[in-house]
Design a protein around this ligand. Structure first.
Ligand code: MN3
Length: 200
Protein backbone atom coordinates (compact mmCIF):
# COMPACT_ATOMS: atom_id res chain seq x y z
CA UNK A 1 0.00 0.00 0.00
CA UNK A 2 1.65 3.21 -1.09
CA UNK A 3 0.81 6.82 -0.32
CA UNK A 4 -1.33 8.74 -2.78
CA UNK A 5 -1.64 12.42 -3.51
CA UNK A 6 -4.94 13.40 -1.84
CA UNK A 7 -7.66 14.96 -3.99
CA UNK A 8 -8.01 18.73 -3.57
CA UNK A 9 -11.51 19.78 -2.48
CA UNK A 10 -11.32 22.95 -4.62
CA UNK A 11 -9.96 24.07 -7.98
CA UNK A 12 -6.52 25.64 -8.45
CA UNK A 13 -8.07 29.09 -8.91
CA UNK A 14 -10.49 28.81 -5.96
CA UNK A 15 -8.16 30.53 -3.48
CA UNK A 16 -7.34 33.49 -5.73
CA UNK A 17 -6.38 36.27 -5.00
CA UNK A 18 -4.89 34.93 -1.74
CA UNK A 19 -3.09 32.08 -3.50
CA UNK A 20 -3.02 32.25 -7.31
CA UNK A 21 -3.93 29.34 -9.58
CA UNK A 22 -0.43 28.87 -11.07
CA UNK A 23 1.15 28.61 -7.62
CA UNK A 24 -1.51 26.11 -6.52
CA UNK A 25 -1.04 23.98 -9.63
CA UNK A 26 2.77 23.82 -9.35
CA UNK A 27 2.67 23.40 -5.57
CA UNK A 28 0.20 20.52 -5.65
CA UNK A 29 1.03 18.84 -8.92
CA UNK A 30 4.81 19.15 -8.84
CA UNK A 31 5.96 19.69 -5.26
CA UNK A 32 3.46 17.60 -3.30
CA UNK A 33 3.37 14.99 -6.03
CA UNK A 34 7.16 14.81 -5.91
CA UNK A 35 7.26 14.30 -2.14
CA UNK A 36 4.63 11.58 -2.49
CA UNK A 37 6.47 9.53 -5.08
CA UNK A 38 9.85 10.01 -3.39
CA UNK A 39 8.34 8.94 -0.05
CA UNK A 40 7.02 5.76 -1.65
CA UNK A 41 10.46 5.03 -3.11
CA UNK A 42 12.17 5.78 0.21
CA UNK A 43 9.99 3.40 2.27
CA UNK A 44 9.72 0.62 -0.29
CA UNK A 45 10.93 -2.60 1.34
CA UNK A 46 11.74 -0.91 4.66
CA UNK A 47 10.31 -1.09 8.18
CA UNK A 48 8.12 1.94 7.33
CA UNK A 49 6.14 0.19 4.60
CA UNK A 50 2.51 -0.26 5.70
CA UNK A 51 2.74 2.30 8.52
CA UNK A 52 0.56 5.42 8.62
CA UNK A 53 2.21 8.73 7.74
CA UNK A 54 1.80 9.83 11.38
CA UNK A 55 3.58 6.67 12.61
CA UNK A 56 6.38 7.27 10.12
CA UNK A 57 6.84 10.92 11.17
CA UNK A 58 6.94 9.87 14.86
CA UNK A 59 9.55 7.15 14.27
CA UNK A 60 12.97 7.83 15.81
CA UNK A 61 16.12 8.29 13.75
CA UNK A 62 14.51 8.87 10.36
CA UNK A 63 16.93 8.92 7.44
CA UNK A 64 16.97 12.10 5.32
CA UNK A 65 14.88 10.69 2.46
CA UNK A 66 12.07 9.48 4.72
CA UNK A 67 12.23 12.58 6.92
CA UNK A 68 12.13 15.11 4.06
CA UNK A 69 9.60 13.32 1.87
CA UNK A 70 7.48 11.94 4.71
CA UNK A 71 7.28 15.42 6.19
CA UNK A 72 6.60 16.87 2.75
CA UNK A 73 3.76 14.40 2.25
CA UNK A 74 2.15 14.89 5.69
CA UNK A 75 2.59 18.67 5.85
CA UNK A 76 1.03 19.38 2.45
CA UNK A 77 -1.90 16.98 3.08
CA UNK A 78 -2.65 18.96 6.23
CA UNK A 79 -2.10 22.33 4.55
CA UNK A 80 -4.61 21.68 1.72
CA UNK A 81 -7.20 20.54 4.27
CA UNK A 82 -6.97 23.61 6.51
CA UNK A 83 -7.42 26.16 3.72
CA UNK A 84 -10.52 26.65 1.57
CA UNK A 85 -12.36 29.15 -0.60
CA UNK A 86 -14.58 31.49 1.43
CA UNK A 87 -12.58 30.61 4.54
CA UNK A 88 -11.03 32.88 7.08
CA UNK A 89 -13.00 35.27 9.17
CA UNK A 90 -13.39 35.03 12.90
CA UNK A 91 -13.13 31.47 14.26
CA UNK A 92 -16.00 30.13 16.36
CA UNK A 93 -16.65 27.14 18.60
CA UNK A 94 -14.05 25.25 20.63
CA UNK A 95 -11.06 26.67 18.80
CA UNK A 96 -12.15 30.21 19.62
CA UNK A 97 -12.60 29.27 23.29
CA UNK A 98 -9.04 27.94 23.37
CA UNK A 99 -7.66 30.93 21.44
CA UNK A 100 -9.23 33.21 24.05
CA UNK A 101 -7.81 31.15 26.92
CA UNK A 102 -4.31 30.85 25.48
CA UNK A 103 -3.90 34.10 23.50
CA UNK A 104 -6.50 36.46 24.93
CA UNK A 105 -8.05 37.35 21.57
CA UNK A 106 -8.10 36.32 17.93
CA UNK A 107 -6.12 39.45 16.99
CA UNK A 108 -3.39 38.51 19.42
CA UNK A 109 -3.38 34.92 18.14
CA UNK A 110 -2.90 36.28 14.59
CA UNK A 111 0.08 38.35 15.73
CA UNK A 112 1.70 35.36 17.43
CA UNK A 113 1.10 33.00 14.51
CA UNK A 114 2.33 35.58 11.97
CA UNK A 115 5.45 36.11 14.09
CA UNK A 116 6.26 32.38 14.02
CA UNK A 117 5.69 32.27 10.25
CA UNK A 118 7.68 35.40 9.43
CA UNK A 119 10.65 34.66 11.69
CA UNK A 120 11.21 31.10 10.42
CA UNK A 121 14.51 31.64 8.57
CA UNK A 122 14.64 30.06 5.12
CA UNK A 123 12.22 27.27 4.25
CA UNK A 124 9.82 25.76 6.73
CA UNK A 125 6.40 25.75 8.33
CA UNK A 126 4.42 27.55 11.03
CA UNK A 127 2.12 25.44 13.21
CA UNK A 128 -0.72 25.65 15.66
CA UNK A 129 -0.79 22.49 17.78
CA UNK A 130 -2.74 21.18 20.75
CA UNK A 131 -0.20 20.14 23.35
CA UNK A 132 -0.71 19.19 27.00
CA UNK A 133 -4.19 20.71 27.03
CA UNK A 134 -3.15 24.05 25.49
CA UNK A 135 -2.72 25.62 22.09
CA UNK A 136 0.91 25.98 21.09
CA UNK A 137 2.38 27.93 18.17
CA UNK A 138 5.74 26.85 16.79
CA UNK A 139 7.69 26.56 13.56
CA UNK A 140 9.86 23.93 11.94
CA UNK A 141 12.62 24.01 9.33
CA UNK A 142 12.48 22.37 5.89
CA UNK A 143 9.78 19.66 5.83
CA UNK A 144 10.07 18.81 9.51
CA UNK A 145 6.84 18.79 11.52
CA UNK A 146 5.81 18.76 15.21
CA UNK A 147 5.38 14.96 15.21
CA UNK A 148 9.06 14.37 14.53
CA UNK A 149 11.69 13.55 17.11
CA UNK A 150 13.10 16.69 18.74
CA UNK A 151 10.44 19.02 17.29
CA UNK A 152 7.80 21.08 19.09
CA UNK A 153 5.32 18.20 19.57
CA UNK A 154 1.57 18.14 20.08
CA UNK A 155 -1.30 17.43 17.70
CA UNK A 156 -1.15 19.71 14.62
CA UNK A 157 -4.34 21.75 14.07
CA UNK A 158 -3.16 24.29 11.50
CA UNK A 159 -0.15 24.52 9.21
CA UNK A 160 1.27 27.26 6.99
CA UNK A 161 3.87 26.52 4.33
CA UNK A 162 6.45 29.34 4.24
CA UNK A 163 8.72 27.85 1.59
CA UNK A 164 9.22 30.35 -1.24
CA UNK A 165 7.57 27.86 -3.64
CA UNK A 166 4.32 28.51 -1.71
CA UNK A 167 4.18 32.24 -2.51
CA UNK A 168 7.01 33.58 -4.67
CA UNK A 169 5.17 33.79 -8.04
CA UNK A 170 2.57 36.14 -6.59
CA UNK A 171 4.25 37.73 -3.58
CA UNK A 172 7.97 37.56 -4.51
CA UNK A 173 9.89 38.41 -1.31
CA UNK A 174 6.83 39.70 0.55
CA UNK A 175 6.28 36.78 2.91
CA UNK A 176 4.35 38.96 5.42
CA UNK A 177 1.71 39.75 2.74
CA UNK A 178 1.30 36.04 2.03
CA UNK A 179 0.96 35.34 5.77
CA UNK A 180 -1.73 38.02 6.08
CA UNK A 181 -3.57 36.54 3.08
CA UNK A 182 -3.50 33.10 4.73
CA UNK A 183 -5.84 34.35 7.46
CA UNK A 184 -8.49 34.88 4.72
CA UNK A 185 -8.51 31.21 3.65
CA UNK A 186 -8.26 29.27 6.93
CA UNK A 187 -10.82 26.46 7.09
CA UNK A 188 -11.86 26.92 10.73
CA UNK A 189 -14.42 24.12 10.48
CA UNK A 190 -11.63 21.68 9.74
CA UNK A 191 -9.47 23.16 12.51
CA UNK A 192 -12.39 22.65 14.92
CA UNK A 193 -12.76 19.04 13.73
CA UNK A 194 -9.07 18.44 14.38
CA UNK A 195 -9.35 20.01 17.83
CA UNK A 196 -12.30 17.69 18.63
CA UNK A 197 -10.04 14.76 17.67
CA UNK A 198 -7.24 16.06 19.87
CA UNK A 199 -9.66 16.49 22.79
CA UNK A 200 -11.28 13.05 22.46
MN1 MN3 B 1 5.20 23.41 -0.10
Amino acid sequence: MSFELPKLNYSYDALDPHIDAKTMEIHYNKHHNGYTSKLNSAINGTEYEGKSIEEICKSPSLNDAVRNNGGGYYNHCLFWSVICPNGGGHPTGKIMEHININYGSYDNFKLEFAKAASTRFGSGWAWLCFKNGSLNICSTANQDNPLMEGQCGGFPLLALDVWEHAYYLNYQNRRPDYINAFFNIINWEEVNRRLETALS
